[in-house]
Design a protein around this ligand. Structure first.
Ligand SMILES: Cc1ncc(COP(=O)(O)O)c(C=O)c1O
Length: 295
């Protein structure tokens, strides 16, 4: 497997809205690109030795699928601490993809995924096992994946819309790596770009305010470490009901069943596209499919 496996289409899914189909990637989302970069860098830096090292991470799903997909080929075992609040189907499929879900009993007793990872690393140091904690919230290889791959691909693909001069990039943030990486690539490519951050209603990452919500993957309770606030020109809040209405509307219109975070972004993109002029498009990511979410 190499980066060439991750090339995805850019489609104008409705007038004015260009969507990058990251759901077509192996592992089903944009996060496989981050996983590939993180593992590749870990191996090149000598921190990961295939056949010896086990990868460990706390993830709500998509980064875990990415890690499993990338590591299967390299015969590197992957252990994941997945919070019990995440989609049960996703958890089952992570195992099908070859990841080992750890700490389920501890999680049931109220431990956090972070505590599960810490416990496993402590035990490993006692029994001499070698782990590499990919730590997606502090590994900047993820930004590079989206700047030099996802974002650059979009720029190349935009040649298919030669009259476009201005872009509105509409995105959400978990780690913020895809927001920042893609925004940087678009801004560095000669377009006039403005970036819009989408958040669940009640969350305001700029103030560190988060509420519980069902949009798995975005606004995850910590301020997105990779979000470059200087790039965020506007913020829009979306209710879950509005996103689900957009998802129903979009699947009947296009046949594509989008995941919850994509539905949140499309809710905003759709509104903005109504005001676009001929030289302007909204760009957004189709992060993942909706089939594995329970609502
Ligand atoms: C479905 C989904 N949407 C959006 C995001 C946000 O991506 P990023 O971590 O690049 O901000 C994630 C992250 O896991 C995700 O799984």
């Amino acid at each position: 497997m190499d980066r060439a496996d991750f090339r995805t289409p850019l489609r104008e899914v409705m007038p004015g809205v260009l969507m990058k189909f990251e759901c077509d990637n192996p592992g089903g989302s944009h996060k496989v690109r981050a996983a590939y970069r993180v593992i590749d860098k870990g191996i090149r830096d000598g921190h990961i030795v295939p056949g010896k090292t086990t990868i460990i991470e706390k993830t709500g799903g998509n980064f875990g699928f990415g890690l499993a997909v990338v590591c299967n080929k390299l015969q590197i075992p992957v252990e994941l601490a997945v919070g019990l609040g995440f989609s049960a189907i996703k958890r089952r499929y992570l195992e099908m993809f070859g990841a080992r879900l750890i700490g389920v009993e501890l999680l049931k007793q109220g431990a956090t995924p972070k505590e599960v990872v810490s416990r496993q690393l402590e035990q490993a140091s006692r029994n001499g096992r070698s782990y590499f904690y990919t730590d997606q919230f502090s590994n900047i290889a993820s930004i590079h994946a989206h700047e030099f791959e996802t974002g650059r691909e979009i720029v190349e693909q935009l040649h298919g819309w030669p009259t476009v001069k201005r872009l509105v990039f509409v995105a959400c943030a978990g780690t913020g790596a895809s927001f920042t990486g893609v925004a940087r690539a678009l801004m560095g490519s000669g377009y006039e770009v403005s970036c819009v951050l989408v958040e669940p209603e009640g969350c305001d990452a700029s103030k560190g305010v988060f509420v519980d919500h069902p949009f798995e993957g975005m606004s995850v309770g910590v301020s997105p470490p990779f979000l470059d606030w200087g790039q965020v020109q506007d913020r829009h809040a979306v209710t879950f009901d509005a996103a689900m209405e957009t998802r129903r509307w979009f699947c009947q219109r296009s046949g594509y069943f989008i995941g919850n975070t994509t539905a949140a972004c499309l809710t905003v993109a759709r509104r903005l596209a109504e005001r676009m002029s001929d030289d302007q498009k909204v760009v957004m990511l189709f992060y993942d499919h909706g089939l594995w979410y329970s609502h």
